[in-house]
Design a protein around this ligand. Sequence first.
Ligand code: KPL
Length: 306
Amino acid sequence: MRIAIVGPGAIGSLFYIRLSLAGHQPWLIARDERQARALSQTPLTLLEGESSLQVKAKILCPPLESYPFDLVLIATKAQDTKRAAETALPALGPSTLVLTLQNGLGPQKILLDAFGEGRVLAGTTAQGATLLAPGVVRHGGDGETYLGPAAKGGPSGEEIARILSLAGLKASATPEIFTYIWRKLAINCAINPLTAILGVQNGELAKNNAAKKIIAKVAGEVAAVALKEGVDLGEEGQLAEKIILVAEATAQNRSSMLQDVAAGRLTETDFINGAVAALGKKHSIPCPLNETLHEMIKALEAIKRS
Ligand code: KPL
């Protein structure tokens, strides 16, 4: 299968290396020539426990010519989705599928608008990966990947799930993909902004009663909005418990938002708390916690980037 991966971050690099080792010859699409040059200096490296796997990457950068890829996997930050779509467009053949494994709610719609309902797969992954340096990924643990049609009547994703699973990236296709995306969104709505604002690793939240109270309120808002969108995330208390379990299971992680804020980068807040707050407004569901966390992260971004 001819595969292109747009976004050489932690998830993009992990998937690239695994697919390469499974015998595919994917292309990695860099943002620009500078990034492509930096990535081609050394092999991509996957660190797992004490072992280190290396793969020489095949790298392209925009403007792409017409490569007839079978699958384009979008693994950029959510706020870079438009740019990723523009990059990928010339590389689409008549039957190319596009799969997003990005965080948050919003990238799916951007890709549907760009490519149409017939070819976009929405997905979410619980693979634990941290980018230590360009092209160097630490694999923190295997988590499942779910994917399915981003719009009614879209591709099922069965074949892609099979290919990922054969490459050691456990994946399942499901028509209920948005339930999985909302579950991950609830986790990100609570853990990401709190860790970024408090400047702590995920595990600290699970030990802190005040943080746990905030998590419960955020979970309640997300569950109420999700229900209006047709997704049942279950009862608020149970959802909050699940989020706290994830904080414990990823105790040593610095959340992606904490890493972005610390590095002075823009965060994915518009696609996480911002997306829930906006849908809350649409459905007249008050979301004061999500709104405030969204604004606080915006304020932090501005301070760190000034
Ligand atoms: O997805 C994550 C993130 O950091 O973006 C969690 C699950 C919170 C793990 O850190």
